[in-house]
Design a protein around this ligand. Structure first.
Ligand SMILES: Cc1ncc(C[n+]2csc(CCOP(=O)(O)OP(=O)(O)O)c2C)c(N)n1
Length: 430
């Protein structure tokens, strides 16, 4: 794949600047990126396209507050290669980045997405059957997760939140390990170093700091590995995420900020916290951003490759906003019917990430009976393996919950432990 430099160019419609690819003028881009004078100029700076902040303010769109505020079609600023109808669109700046994704590779991405959807549904069923305490479904976000995760190298490192189970699958996390924590049999799911992915962070946004720190370490090690932080739209309002972006920008850390804008932070619609696209925020930190159709596995792959390539070449962080939709509840404890507009949900069903790849494969004569049978068989086998593994997990001794709170026990903890032991003993006596 040819290497291309990047520059900031105007973002149509909203007068902002989005990151695009340019075959030349990498040095100018670098100057623009590094010498931003935010006191005088717009957040997305380009030597040719400077707009005083005061000029832009009156054009700000009104606060978007309706749930799932994204319109039915892709907004003009959302990069797309594959339409919901399964039509492959050409994009001069993206096509090269997925030139190696032929029909076989597309079928492999399709298989991944079908398998992770099946795993996700199986885990949801396990929770409903009382076998898991909780599960955070990813239904609808398969393309965002598979497309980005499959773009990574083995030596890259992922820092995620709780919903990135498709990313974990792509990293090679054992299927039983996916559900271990949610069954409550362990405090931590897997060995991060075996798969290049830290165990999920429940503290919203905190993993972005871990990713940035790790990326700074990669530079010190002289490695060209990249750290990828996955987080949601709600997380962008957390201080941690903003602090991570400050550090990443100033230290030019090789980190990709991958934001899955699934339209909701639990029940709060993204419009409540974002008066502009989330991707607009990053340039204010000196980080170029891409806004991509998160239900388009090809566009997500291209965007992630662009970001990874920048990071490996020492150009620092990139922010990707993958515009998608959470089709299920926030977790199995949530009831989205209380806040989701069914009409909007219906619109997003039509933009299903798997269906559009199916349609493309079909139009190319590749959606054969053999392929669908093999994919279904794989998905069912994976689900059965995860279920078997889940049911085979043994509950640890109750008092082991105190084991790893601190490296060495404290008197305070010992006291709690003995109180809990006395409490448990009451049941034995009874
Ligand atoms: C620091 C912190 N504050 C609040 C919470 C409670 N909480 C759990 S999930 C969530 C919403 C996160 O939404 P988003 O970042 O959009 O990710 P999504 O769940 O949609 O994937 C919140 C506020 C938390 N876990 N951590």
């Amino acid at each position: 794949m040819g290497r291309r430099s990047l520059a900031v160019v105007p973002w149509p419609d909203i007068g902002q600047w989005c990151l695009e690819l340019h075959k030349s003028d990498g040095a100018a881009m670098e100057r623009n990126m590094l010498r931003q004078d935010v006191s005088r100029t717009a957040v997305r700076t380009s030597a040719d396209h400077r707009v005083p902040v005061t000029d832009r303010t009156p054009q700000e769109p009104p606060l978007r507050v309706s749930p799932g505020a994204e319109p039915a079609g892709p907004p003009d600023d959302v990069l797309q290669l594959l339409t919901p109808e399964g039509v492959r669109r050409s994009h001069a700046d993206l096509d090269d980045w997925v030139a190696d994704v032929g029909d076989d590779e597309l079928a492999a991405l399709y298989e991944d997405m079908v398998v992770v959807r099946r795993l996700d549904l199986e885990a949801t069923a396990l929770q409903r059957q009382g076998e898991l305490g909780l599960w955070p479904p990813l239904l609808g976000q398969e393309a965002a997760q598979v497309g980005s995760a499959r773009a990574l190298r083995r030596d890259d490192f992922v820092f995620s939140s709780y919903r990135e189970n498709a990313v974990a699958y792509c990293r090679g996390v054992d299927l039983t390990d996916l559900v271990r924590v949610w069954r409550g049999t362990t405090a931590s799911g897997w060995d991060p170093f075996a798969v290049g992915m830290a165990t999920p962070t429940i503290i919203i946004g905190a993993q972005t700091l871990h990713a940035t720190g790790y990326a700074m370490g990669c530079v010190k090690d002289g490695a060209d590995s990249v750290a990828v932080a996955y987080f949601g739209d709600g997380a962008t309002s957390e201080g941690d995420v903003n602090e991570a972006m400050v550090f990443a920008a100033t230290f030019r850390a090789p980190v990709v900020f991958f934001c899955q804008n699934n339209q909701f932070a639990i029940s709060e619609p993204v419009g409540l916290v974002a008066v502009r696209p989330l991707a607009d925020r990053a340039p204010g930190f000196g980080i170029p951003s891409l806004r991509v159709d998160g239900n388009d596995v090809l566009a997500v792959t291209a965007a992630t490759r662009i970001a990874l390539d920048r990071a490996r070449r020492g150009e620092g962080p990139t922010f990707i906003e993958a515009v998608t939709y959470r089709r299920g509840p926030h977790t199995t404890s949530d009831d989205p019917t209380r806040y989701v507009d069914p009409a909007v949900a219906e619109e997003w069903c039509a933009k299903d990430p798997i269906l559009r790849v199916e349609r493309l494969l079909e139009s190319r004569g590749r959606l054969t009976a053999e392929l669908t049978a093999a994919v279904t068989e794989h998905a069912d086998a994976a689900a059965a393996e995860m279920r078997r593994g889940c049911l085979g997990l043994e509950a640890p001794p109750p008092l082991s919950v105190f084991d790893h709170v601190y490296t060495a026990p404290t008197s305070w903890l010992e006291r709690q432990k003995s109180q809990y032991a006395a409490y448990l003993a009451m049941f034995e006596e009874a």
